[in-house]
Design a binder for this molecule. Sequence first.
Ligand code: NAP
Length: 259
Amino acid sequence: MDLGIRGKRALVCASSKGLGRGCAEALAAAGVDLVLNARGAEALEATAAAIRARHNVGVVAVVADITTEEGRARVLDAAGEVDILVTNAGGPPPGVWSDWTRDDFIRALDANMLTPIALMQAVLPGMMARGWGRVVNITSQSVKAPIAALGLSNSARAGLTGFVAGTSRQVAPHGVTINNLLPGIHDTDRAVSLDQGVVKAEGISMEEARARRAATIPTRRYGDPAHFGAACAFLCSQQAAFMVGQNVLLDGGATLATL
Ligand code: NAP
């Protein structure tokens, strides 16, 4: 299916690995030029080179911490006018509700709520002026069904979801859509670190931790970042123009809910 976005320009944050990389690859496959970002230069350059070689699109790589004001400024400066924004950053660590301090909450809010909001505030005016834009925020399954140990993530992402619910309706008249993609467990480094926490807490092997988690998912396996990326590219397509302010779960059926 031709997504109708060949030649558009996308900023994909936190995209050297995992779900962000999956989104970048799928957009590149649709002919979109990319601005990629991550903190680690080596993995970012390797990803940029691989995408350039495979898809023959323009790729600019910006090493920066997207959760800092200075990092965002450098990324936005390098990106210039973008048609597509995919927001993403690392997720907060798991823990126990009674241990989290004000500073822990501020860090989580900065990374997973205030950073995507600041990025949207920076690019939405240009998209609206040009009459076309797509924003996809990578959030989490935990927005629909809480994961108790990820309370910092639950809190920050709930705030972002509220912002998107209202703002998406305000920008839609200008040809700009904002939607959220909610990953359940996917096969990325983040999943490895979550499983390592289970290994430590329960004294079991990594294989056992993975098998136990996979058994809780109706598909009985972890998600594939490439499939996640394909869903993101669809949300950025011409055909998705009527999808506004939606929260799309990609969780293998793990969230037990009718709607
Ligand atoms: P991942 O495999 O660990 O990849 C994270 C990517 O983001 C890397 O490229 C990393 O590169 C970059 N990154 C992290 N922090 C950054 C920052 N401050 N500034 C710029 N780049 C940054 O993680 P993932 O699994 O793709 O997860 C992506 C998001 O989805 C996270 O917020 C996670 O909590 C959420 N999520 C994931 C799952 C899952 O199962 N994988 C499920 C639900 C929600 P550098 O480290 O070099 O910066």
